[in-house]
Design a protein around this ligand. Structure first.
Ligand code: NAD
Length: 510
């Protein structure tokens, strides 16, 4: 298999950015305390360095965003929807360009990278429709000549912090709705995916300008967590939506709550699939392999635990190991590659440590786990996805290791399997493969995750269904039919048209 040169990766980056109206070379600056590297996991080398925001410039951005909000909130919602509609069209036009940047920075295959941009387009469509239907209910009043109603109003500045593995889609899940809801947004993307973010942000800025929206509707901050912390701590940020690891959520959550800000957390997952004896074997196999090895195991919804009935465990696991042997691992820019690189050396080290821990806890590595392509890309980290048979749900299985390790456990009683599914701190996604409807229903009623599927894997959510999890996954919900409410302020209005002033609950006064 061929391997791209660093120059080829830089050229791809240049093309992707140019199509979004950004000159890559003019972004570059010297390595210094005021800059940060722009890495690509494909080669493991840096593409250059970019100037970072400071706490002061981040605070200025918040002030500008607040100023823009004062104008934007008064624009009628269907008119606001036009900006989102235009953004969606620009994203369609530049789908492959933005996807190139996602491939360069997140190491996704072109198909998966384009799929991520498609999610942005899909959420724009949802948000445009919702800009005409931000419904409030009306309620009967206990008092004659009165009416109660709920109304929804723009919230304010929305701060968005995102993770490296979905560099652009979660930004759009938040932004398309927030903009339609009359909010302004400031985005601090992952330090590993700044260029994808610049591209996505530039297309929205273009849409905003073309549609006559106020300046600074959408702002972007470049930098690491120290820049993100400004959004966490600034009281002018009405909603902080943060996607990333559980430790990140633990750090930011209490700070936002301390200042009574609104919070939306989308954190780590540790997703399981149960395979029942009646399951379609081929479907379970393909569902499991895509969910476990796709995106090199770097999705929050990646399948990490496979709970298989004892009667079929040997057959299914044998097929999975065979299928893993056929997966082409390599630079995602090359034709036919299905498994790209890990994001960093740290991710590789974490994977190796998890495999060692699994072995120490009684696990048997059935395949994979080792590094490949080290000669072609000595600074990058490509691995063979691993399958590990475990004697039970040990400590390491309860942790999210952000790499392609699939732990296999067996069960005999479905209630025990559902209990195992639930017995981890995270609660994002789960699945069952079965042809027995009663089993499927028992699973759907019993699984405690925010997403629960039947006869498909744990990954690959669609816009329209609320996305998010329970427990340590943080409780946030995005991109669902009623997710817009998170970006608005609800008010209850009592309207008195009686000409009298009766008090509620029959209270007498004056
Ligand atoms: P990470 O937690 O290291 O970083 C995520 C973002 O948070 C980055 O932009 C980072 O700069 C910022 N950040 C980290 N600590 C911060 C702090 N104290 N204050 C302010 N900002 C801070 O995560 P990652 O390695 O980029 O992504 C992988 C993790 O994200 C996995 O755990 C994965 O499951 C999770 N994830 C969850 C979802 C979801 O929707 N539930 C989606 C994608 C990724």
């Amino acid at each position: 298999m061929t391997f791209p040169s660093q120059d080829a990766i830089i050229q791809l980056t240049r093309e992707g950015l140019a199509a979004c109206g950004i000159d890559f070379d003019s972004l570059l600056t010297d390595e210094s305390a005021q800059s940060m590297p722009l890495p690509s996991p494909i080669t493991g080398q840096v593409l250059g360095h970019i100037a970072v925001d400071t706490p002061e410039s981040a605070a200025e951005a918040v002030a500008k965003s607040q100023q823009a909000f004062r104008q934007w909130k008064d624009v009628p919602a269907p008119v606001r929807g036009k900006v989102v509609q235009r953004w969606g069209r620009l994203l369609e036009e530049h789908k492959d360009d933005l996807a190139k940047l996602v491939t360069v920075e997140a190491g996704k295959t072109p198909s998966e990278a384009a799929g991520e941009v498609q999610e942005m387009i899909d959420i724009c469509e949802l948000a445009v429709g919702q800009s005409r239907q931000m419904y409030g209910k009306t309620m009967p009043s206990e008092r004659p000549g009165h009416r109660l109603m709920e109304t929804w109003h723009p919230l304010g500045v929305v701060g968005i912090i995102t993770a490296f593995n979905f560099p652009v889609a979660p930004y759009a899940w938040n932004t398309a709705l927030a903009i339609a809801c009359g909010d302004t947004v400031i985005w601090k993307p992952s330090e590993a995916s700044t260029l994808s973010a610049l591209g996505a942000n530039a297309l929205l800025a273009q849409a905003a300008k073309e549609e006559g929206a106020p300046d600074n509707l959408n702002l972007l901050l470049v930098g690491d967590r120290s820049v993100g912390e400004v959004l966490v701590e600034d009281e002018r940020v009405a909603l902080l939506s943060a996607t990333g690891s559980v430790p990140m959520g633990r750090a930011v959550g209490p700070k936002v709550q301390q200042r009574f800000g609104r919070l939306l957390l989308e954190l780590g997952g540790n997703n399981a699939a149960i395979v029942a004896p009646s399951a379609d074997m081929d479907l379970s196999l393909r569902g499991a392999v895509f969910a476990a090895a796709g995106t090199a195991g770097q999705r929050c919804t990646t399948l990490r635990r496979l709970i298989v009935h004892a009667d079929i465990v040997d057959e299914l696991v044998g097929k999975i190991v065979d299928a893993y042997g056929t997966l082409s691992i390599g630079a995602p820019t090359e034709d036919g590659v299905l498994v790209g690189p890990l994001i960093s050396k740290k991710a590789f080290d974490d994977m190796q440590a998890a495999l060692e821990a699994a072995k120490a806890q009684g696990g048997e590595v059935l395949c994979g786990g080792g590094r490949v392509l080290a000669d072609d890309a000595p600074d990058a980290y490509y691995v063979e996805p691993a399958v590990v048979k475990m004697p039970g749900q040990t400590e390491i299985v309860e942790a999210e290791t952000f790499a392609p390790i699939l732990y296999v456990m067996e069960y005999t009683d479905l209630d025990d399997a559902i209990e195992l599914n639930n017995a981890v701190p995270q609660g994002l996604s789960s699945a069952i493969f079965t042809q027995d409807q009663a089993e499927a229903e028992r699973f759907l009623a019993g699984s405690d995750t925010g997403i629960a599927n039947v006869n498909i894997g744990t990954s690959g959510a669609e816009i329209g269904g609320a996305f998010g999890g329970t427990k340590e996954t943080g409780g946030g919900r995005e991109s669902g039919a009623d997710s817009w409410q998170a970006y608005m302020r609800q008010a209850t209005n009592t309207v008195n048209y009686s000409g009298e002033l009766p008090l509620a609950q029959g209270v007498k006064f004056l």
